[in-house]
Design a protein around this ligand. Structure first.
Ligand SMILES: NC(=O)C1=CN([C@@H]2O[C@H](COP(=O)(O)OP(=O)(O)OC[C@H]3O[C@@H](n4cnc5c(N)ncnc54)[C@H](O)[C@@H]3O)[C@@H](O)[C@H]2O)C=CC1
Ligand SMILES: O=C(CO)COP(=O)(O)O
Length: 335
C-alpha cells in the first residue's frame, strides 16, 4: 500500500532514502531549509549539491514549508544532523495535527544529556501525536544507495508492528531491511562507530595500513559493546548490521565523512580546519564528546574514544596518541 512519507533533511542521506521510497512507489516529500536544493529537486529532478550526476525520480517533491510538508504525512523520516534534531522536533511538534510514526536515520548522541535520538523524540513530540518511533540504521553510504547499489540495514522500533511496516516500506531488490528488538543497541552502535571511524581516518592520514585498521575495528567494537551493555543494550546487537556492519563500512570506506575528517587530522589539520573543509556533517565529533562524558560518568574503560577525544579537542599529537595506546599496561584480550 502506498505510504505518505515526509523526509526531513534533503542532504545526501535523506535524498538517497527518499529515492528508495519513491522506487517502492510511496508518496514522498523532501523538506529542507535550503531553498536551492528544494528548487533543484522540483525543477530539475536533481540534488546537484550532493549528487551531481544523478537524476532523481520524477515523483519526488520538495518544499521549504514544514507545515505543507507535514500536512499529509503518515511517516516522518529524520535525516538532519543530530545537532539540529531537538530544535527541528520542537518545530515539528508545534505543526502536528495528527498521529505520525517517526523514523530516524540520523546517527548521534547528544552531549551533556547523553540522550539518543529516540529519547529526544519522546521528550519533544507530544505523546498524543507519536504513534511509534523506528530507528533505521546500518552500513549504508548514501553515495552507493543513490546508485541503487546493494545495501542492507536494520531497524528497531518502540512498536514491533511498525518495525515490520518500515521493513516492507524500504525493502526492494537492492535495499534490504532486517529488524532487531533492541532500540538502545542499534542507536548506540550506529552513533559510536563514527568516533572509531574518525580514528580510522587518523590512522590512514598518518600512513598506517591494514593491520592497525583491523585492530581498531576489533578493539573499537569492544568499547562500543562495553558502553552499550552498561546502558541496557543486548550484546548480540553489536555483532549485527548496526554494530560491526556499520563499523566496518565507516572505518574502511572513503565515502565516510567521519573517516575523511579523521584523515585530514592525521595529515596535520586541526579539528576546525578539517571540519571547515567538509560540506557534510561529521557526526563523530559531537558523539565523541558525548561518549567521552558517558564513559567518565559510568566509569567505563574506552581508551580509543578517550584518545580520539584528546586528539580532536585537546590537540594531542596523533603520533603521541598512538604511542600511548600501544604502550598501555599488558592485559588479557578478554576479561
Ligand atoms: N550520508 C550518509 O551516507 C549517511 C548519513 N547518515 C546520517 O544522516 C544524518 C544526515 O547526514 P547527511 O545526509 O550525510 O548530512 P548532510 O550534511 O548531507 O545533509 C544535511 C541536510 O540537513 C539540512 N538541514 C540542516 N539543518 C536543518 C534544519 N534545521 N531543518 C531542515 N533541514 C536542515 C541541510 O540543509 C542538509 O541538506 C547524519 O546524522 C548522518 O550521520 C546515516 C547513514 C548514512
Ligand atoms: O553512517 C554512515 C554509513 O553507514 C555514514 O557515515 P559517515 O557519516 O561517516 O559518512
Amino acid at each position: 500500500m502506498v505510504k505518505n512519507i515526509t523526509v526531513v533533511g534533503a542532504g545526501s542521506w535523506g535524498t538517497a532514502l527518499a529515492q528508495v521510497l519513491c522506487d517502492n512507489k510511496n508518496q514522498v516529500m523532501l523538506y529542507d531549509l535550503n531553498a536551492d536544493i528544494v528548487k533543484d529537486v522540483n525543477e530539475n529532478h536533481r540534488n546537484a549539491r550532493f549528487f551531481e550526476e544523478v537524476e532523481l525520480p520524477s515523483s519526488l517533491r520538495a518544499t521549504t514549508d514544514l507545515k505543507e510538508a507535514l500536512k499529509e504525512a503518515e511517516f516522518i523520516l529524520l535525516s538532519v544532523p543530530t545537532k539540529v534534531i531537538r530544535d527541528v522536533l520542537k518545530t515539528i511538534n508545534t505543526q502536528l495535527t495528527h498521529k505520525v510514526v517517526i523514523i530516524n536515520a540520523s546517527k548521534g548522541i547528544e552531549p551533556g544529556t547523553h540522550k539518543r535520538v529516540s529519547e529526544i523524540v519522546m521528550e519533544e513530540i507530544n505523546a498524543d501525536y507519536l504513534e511509534a518511533f523506528v530507528a533505521l540504521t546500518g552500513p549504508s553510504h548514501a553515495e552507493e544507495v543513490i546508485q541503487r547499489s546493494l545495501t542492507t540495514v536494520t531497524c528497531a522500533a518502540t512498536v514491533v508492528d511498525r518495525a515490520n511496516e518500515v521493513q516492507k516500506m524500504f525493502t526492494n531488490d537492492y535495499f534490504r531491511v532486517y529488524r532487531v528488538d533492541d532500540l538502545i543497541g542499534v542507536e548506540i552502535g550506529g552513533s559510536i562507530k563514527n568516533v572509531i571511524a574518525l580514528a580510522a581516518g587518523i590512522l590512514a592520514g598518518l600512513g598506517y595500513g591494514d593491520n592497525p585498521k583491523a585492530a581498531l575495528i576489533t578493539r573499537g567494537l569492544v568499547e562500543i559493546k562495553r558502553l552499550g551493555v552498561a546502558v541496557g543494550a543486548n550484546e548480540e546487537t553489536f555483532s549485527g548490521l548496526s554494530g560491526l556492519g556499520d563499523l566496518i563500512v565507516t572505518c574502511t570506506s572513503v565515502h565516510s565523512r567521519n573517516w575523511q575528517a579523521g584523515y585530514k587530522i592525521g595529515n596535520g589539520s586541526n579539528l576546525q580546519e578539517a571540519l571547515d573543509s567538509m560540506t557534510m556533517v561529521v557526526e563523530g565529533v559531537r558523539t565523541c564528546q558525548a561518549t567521552y562524558e558517558m564513559a567518565q560518568a559510568l566509569n567505563i574503560e574506552m581508551p580509543i574514544v578517550e584518545t580520539v577525544y584528546e586528539v580532536i579537542f585537546n590537540k594531542l599529537d596523533p603520533r603521541e596518541a598512538i604511542n600511548q595506546l600501544m604502550s598501555r599496561e599488558m592485559k588479557p584480550e578478554f576479561y
